[in-house]
Design a binder for this molecule. Structure first.
Ligand SMILES: *[C@@H]1O[C@H](CO)[C@@H](O)[C@H](O)[C@H]1NC(C)=O
Ligand SMILES: *[C@@H]1O[C@H](CO)[C@@H](O)[C@H](O)[C@H]1NC(C)=O
Ligand SMILES: *[C@@H]1O[C@H](CO)[C@@H](O)[C@H](O)[C@H]1NC(C)=O
Ligand SMILES: *[C@@H]1O[C@H](CO)[C@@H](O)[C@H](O)[C@H]1NC(C)=O
Length: 571
């Protein structure tokens, strides 16, 4: 009896001890302010510890903030991750100031042998912050409504830090989870490191500095280029980024939510770009235009048209060299292209055409620092040299968060090319083509005005859209920088009308104004080149077949009624 009572009492006592313990825990949690209660920039660092909470009760929030921001204050931590330091660190030097970003859970004590370790606390973006807020499908780029605004990614006040010799950051990596590469938190850490390096980095001779990442996934090539990677060991990545390139990058909008460079000034949207507002980081001007021709000859005419000078008074006395990238013997050299042969990027998957990834070869044109790539179904109406001032990857929007690969600013680099080739197996392109692929690699891109690569299509089937766009397509002097002829190409139609009208699933691309504009460029071209724009017998049969079907379907636009007078029909 007595024995059993004392056992019961023991159990009760144990329970009471536990209860008391949890009560204390709750009290601490309640007293401890939530992250958003005080200084935002320190919020991520806030881990409720006994000392912090005590401090808060004693001196109030302001003092608390000061303590939290104290960079050198050792913070009591539990279970820091102990990791082997990379060996390249041994030669990296001593007495440095090392900025630590997102390294709160890491044991950085060993790094202290190399100098002073400075934690850089920052407010982590909310999990609710979605990629599409930074990369919206549509923005009001012509400022017809209220203009466009980017949401804010919190950044700490970098100016309060002294100059850093090295920055070490742990990058979040959710791979292989779907959409891991479009993680805003991941971008935030990249941008923080890039901004820190540019603003507070101590740049060495040659404009380089030291950046070390700890990450399972490869750091974003959009900000830290693979040719700046000087060491890799396990999950450690050691970069020596180039100051000027990085500086240009951090000046860009944080997403495609804003235009990389406004297209116009007070004088209206049809003004030409004012080049002086952007400094060209590359005064050597190893620049070129490039297009890609696949094995079939059907795009040669397009490439020739593309090579036509966009305006009679080019702003630059010496137009940049053009590169024509092809797989068959040249027939369009006279148009002004230089030819580079390539057998495409052969893939082992038989179902995929080997030419799908031939655009990757553009990155092998390392004789140039910058390439403006233009699809051969684009016609340029206004000088595009301004685009050489933009960094890789600059392009226009397509749909969703992706860019259109029809006009791109790229920076050739052998290692980028190898990286693209190596990732062919791993990356699934949403459309099986280069656009889907490149959008998985370059998720952080800069938006160029859509007038730089205006897509010839009509989404809404509304007469307003049709009249606005047709007015743009036909405008002379041109209001568009270039027009991207989606659907059936003008040289594959009779010149009498746009043959997209005759094919049910191509009718969204039909525009007589655009068609007429194309033929105007064609007619201005020397006759010797015009002969590359002929119609094959096979194509003529297809065209007649299309007209027949359109007649039978009784398409309301009645283009099938038009009598064809195009002399190419009768050759
Ligand atoms: C392309 O492939 C053919 C054979 O498949 C080869 O003879 C030729 O040398 C290759 N050209 C280049 C530029 O690699
Ligand atoms: C890139 O690789 C090619 C050979 O594939 C080489 O000729 C060229 O010099 C390399 N470029 C650079 C910048 O290393
Ligand atoms: C487009 O609009 C016309 C009339 O305005 C209508 O007859 C036609 O069915 C519409 N097409 C589509 C694809 O909605
Ligand atoms: C097209 O030609 C036919 C006969 O050659 C003629 O009857 C018809 O009126 C012409 N149509 C148009 C729109 O000119």
């Amino acid at each position: 009896m007595i024995k059993s009572t004392s056992a019961k009492a023991l159990i009760i006592r144990i329970n009471l001890v536990f209860l008391a313990f949890f009560l204390i825990l709750y009290v601490i949690l309640l007293l401890c302010p939530s992250a958003s209660d005080y200084h935002q920039q320190a919020a991520l660092l806030v881990r409720c510890s006994f000392r912090d909470c005590h401090h808060k009760m004693e001196n109030g929030g302001i003092k608390m903030k000061a303590v939290l921001e104290e960079p050198n204050e050792p913070k009591p931590r539990r279970e820091l991750i102990k990791r082997e330091k990379p060996s390249f660190l041994s030669g990296i030097g001593t007495r440095m100031r090392i900025g630590m970003v997102n390294m709160d859970d890491e044991d950085v004590s060993e790094w202290k042998a190399h100098g002073q370790v400075v934690p850089i606390p920052f407010e982590r973006v909310s999990n609710m912050f979605e990629w599409k807020a930074l990369f919206p499908e549509w923005i009001d780029e012509e400022e017809e409504y209220s203009g466009s605004l980017c949401p804010e990614i919190p950044m700490p006040d970098l100016d309060k830090y002294e100059k850093m010799d090295m920055i070490v950051a742990k990058l979040p990596c959710k791979a292989p989870e779907e959409g891991w590469n479009r993680d805003v938190f991941r971008l935030q850490v990249h941008l923080l490191v890039a901004n820190m390096a540019v603003r507070r980095g101590r740049w060495e001779w040659g404009g380089r500095m030291k950046v070390v990442f700890l990450s399972q996934c490869m750091p974003m090539v959009e900000l830290f280029r693979c040719n700046e990677l000087v060491g890799k060991e396990g999950e450690w990545w050691y970069y020596r980024p180039e100051m000027s390139r990085l500086e240009q990058k951090v000046k860009m909008p944080i997403g495609s939510c804003n235009l990389a460079l406004p297209l116009w000034d007070d004088k209206g949207i049809n003004q030409v770009y004012d080049v002086s507002i952007t400094q060209n980081p590359n005064p050597r001007k190893r620049e070129a235009y490039a297009t890609v021709l696949h094995s079939s000859e059907s795009y040669v005419c397009g490439a020739i048209i593309l090579a036509q000078p966009p305006d009679p008074n080019p702003t630059r006395p010496h137009p940049p060299p053009r590169h024509h990238f092809r797989t068959r013997p040249p027939s369009s050299l006279r148009a002004g292209w230089t030819s580079v042969s390539s057998n495409g990027s052969a893939t082992r998957e038989p179902r995929r055409a080997p030419t799908t990834y031939s655009k990757f070869r553009l990155w092998q044109l390392t004789d140039y620092d910058k390439i403006i790539f233009i699809d051969s179904d684009v016609v340029v109406f206004r000088n595009l040299d301004i685009l050489f001032h933009f960094p890789q990857m600059s392009a226009t929007g397509n749909d969703g968060s992706i860019f259109n690969s029809g006009v791109m600013v790229i920076e050739p680099s052998n290692c980028t090319f190898r990286m693209l080739m190596n990732r062919r197996k791993e990356i699934v392109s949403y459309n099986g083509g280069d656009q889907g692929f490149l959008n998985e690699v370059f998720v952080w891109w800069q938006r160029l005005p859509r007038r730089v690569n205006f897509l010839k299509n009509f989404w809404s089937n509304s007469s307003i859209e049709a009249s606005v766009k047709n007015q743009l397509f036909g405008s002379d002097p041109p209001k568009l920088y270039s027009l991207h002829y989606l659907g059936l190409k003008p040289w594959q139609c009779y010149r009498d009308y746009d043959c997209n009208w005759d094919v049910a699933d191509q009718r969204v691309y039909a525009s007589d104004a655009a068609h007429e504009r194309w033929w105007k460029v064609h007619d201005d071209m020397e006759e010797g080149l015009q002969r590359f724009c002929g119609l094959s017998e096979e194509r003529k049969i297809e065209l007649e077949w299309g007209r027949k079907i359109a007649r039978e379907m009784g398409f309301q636009d009645q283009h099938w009624r038009i009598n064809v007078t195009d002399p190419r029909k009768f050759i």
